[in-house]
Design a protein around this ligand. Structure first.
Ligand SMILES: [Zn+2]
Ligand SMILES: [Zn+2]
Length: 313
């Protein structure tokens, strides 16, 4: 006989959540998942900064879950789904169609930022240059830059992204190993507007374990991409997430403990070092984003790739 749900005690359970020591049915899992997002949004006042909310919608599980939950919990906000089209053959087409399908089913405005049109290059072009060996990290720089540019152009008040608990802890560990504390500081749940980016950045899934995002998406049949990036997943980050899972296996609360000491203890400490006014920030002449010189480092990389591609063709 299947075990009954520990919460409603009526339905058959579908999943065991180890750190809760509870068996949950689909309905109870959904309410558990959604109420944690709600608590996070409210605790950090994530959506109180305005009414126009941009959501980075990649076609992947995290942003798909985020978009679905936000619309369900806060249907009165005005949303725009921002999709970055990387130009990676079928992979990008698959991601694009899944993102579009979800945005349409939720009746949300769908904005596509196509690298080929907006940058004049695609991710496969980068592969052919000296950045090709570090394609995942270069792709990451461009992704953040493109999302910021699209959010600026759309004039959103808030930009929500789907970073989950495992993502956050993995970057935290990596940055800690590299001694890059400023990057750890940027992992906070809410980042205030940084001129000329006049929107707040928020991460409503920041304390939701990755595995539960996966369950939420599959239980609720939310459309997500089915192909993997042909340039490969970031192997180092996968390895470090595996270490986290191994650790969690022995100590089921470890991820929440790390997150809690990060937000309660480490952030206030880092605030003293990085929290002050950040010197003079200029506006990049090419993209309009924040920079310390005339042209931002991402635009310089993009220009470099463009020149290389032009020389070859
Ligand atoms: Zn139940
Ligand atoms: Zn720029």
């Amino acid at each position: 006989m299947p075990v009954k749900c520990s919460r409603c005690r009526e339905a058959d359970s579908e999943i065991y959540i180890k750190y809760l020591r509870q068996y949950l049915c689909l309905n109870c899992f959904n309410s558990f998942f959604e109420s944690r997002v709600k608590k996070t949004v409210e605790k950090y006042r994530m959506l109180s900064k305005g009414d126009y909310v941009g959501v980075g919608l990649s076609g992947g599980k995290d942003s798909a879950a985020l978009m679905t939950v936000l619309k369900k919990l806060y249907p009165d906000k005005r949303y725009v789904a921002i999709h970055l089209h990387h130009g990676i053959d079928e992979y990008s087409e698959d991601s694009y169609f899944k993102a579009k399908e979800l945005a349409e089913s939720l009746d949300i405005e769908f904005h596509v930022f196509k690298y080929g049109d907006e940058l004049g290059i695609t991710i496969p072009d980068i592969k052919k240059t000296r950045y090709g060996r570090k394609i995942c990290s270069t792709c990451g720089f461009i992704r953040r830059w493109a999302l910021a540019k699209a959010a600026r152009e759309l004039g959103v008040d808030i930009l929500a992204t789907g970073h989950n608990l495992d993502d956050t802890l993995e970057v935290m560990m990596s940055s800690f190993i590299a001694g890059d504390y400023e990057s750890i500081y940027r992992l906070r749940p809410v980042l205030p507007p940084f001129p000329p980016n006049n929107y707040w950045k928020v991460k409503p899934l920041i304390n939701t374990p990755e595995y539960e995002v996966l369950l939420y998406v599959s239980f609720n049949r939310i459309p997500v991409k089915s192909l993997n990036c042909p340039f490969g997943d970031d192997a180092r980050s996968m390895r470090r997430k595996e270490v986290l899972r191994f650790w969690e296996d022995r100590e089921p609360m470890i991820k929440f403990q790390l997150f809690s000491s990060f937000t309660k203890k480490l952030i206030p400490l880092l605030d003293r070092v990085y929290g002050g006014e950040s010197g003079e920030v200029k506006v990049c002449k090419l993209c309009g984003g924040p920079t310390l010189s005339d042209i931002c480092s991402t635009c310089r990389r993009i220009e470099y790739v463009k020149n290389k591609v032009r020389v070859k063709s």
